[in-house]
Design a binder for this molecule. Structure first.
Ligand code: SF4
Length: 198
């Protein structure tokens, strides 16, 4: 329930319903959502899962020559302070466990980029017994094709992700709804860490 007064609007009643309406007013009617989406798009802190040779191209993407920092993304080391993961190359069954552990530690809203032919569909390890597709472990937002992908294509993927985040208003909708309506929740079908527990 809400009431209007000359000074503004008062929300009373169920606290959860009132909080939801207040969020909707701030993020929707008052257009603060655009600010949230803009700020989140240019505050990407990618943690990187270097499993193979694509990692060299990732490193080059933040070198002075290519300077991906100019796009508002700076690699970070701790999963708990990052909101984006870049999966660089092959994901083996053993690394799939690490990928899922890192992903679960990252705060929401979070994003994933899969880099290289190996991360798309196994690449040169296609049909190998030990390969897992990243999309079977985490919800991937953007794929970078190529073997190896050039550093410029990492920049292109980041710009594409930012465009998608702002167009679909992912961050502001997350603040409003508490989840990402544009993405299905991915739960791995098999226990990825069983090898580790023995
Ligand atoms: S896509 Fe090519 S460069 Fe990247 S990890 Fe696979 S083999 Fe290496």
């Amino acid at each position: 329930m809400s009431g209007e007064s000359p000074e503004g609007r008062a929300y009373v009643g169920n606290i959860n319903v009132s909080a939801r309406r207040a969020r909707k007013l701030l993020l929707g009617d008052l257009k603060l959502g655009k600010l949230v989406d803009w700020g989140t798009a240019f505050s990407l802190w990618p943690v990187h899962l270097t499993t193979s040779c694509c990692g060299c191209e990732f490193a080059a993407a933040w070198s002075p020559r290519f300077d991906n920092e100019q796009h508002g993304a700076l690699p970070w080391i701790g999963p708990r302070q990052t909101n984006m993961i870049i999966i660089e190359g092959t994901v083996s069954k053993k690394m799939a466990c690490a990928l899922r552990l890192v992903w679960e530690q990252m705060p929401q809203p979070k994003f994933a980029i899969a880099m290289g032919a190996c991360a798309l569909d196994g690449g040169i390890f296609y049909n190998s017994y030990n390969i897992v597709r990243p999309w079977q472990v985490v919800p991937v937002d953007v794929y970078i094709p190529g073997c190896p992908p050039r550093p410029e294509s990492v920049a292109r993927a980041i710009i594409e992700l930012q465009r998608k985040m702002r167009k679909k208003q992912i961050a502001s909708k997350f603040v409003e709804e508490g989840w990402r309506p544009d993405k299905e929740y991915v739960m791995p079908k098999e226990d990825l860490c069983s090898w580790w527990r023995g």
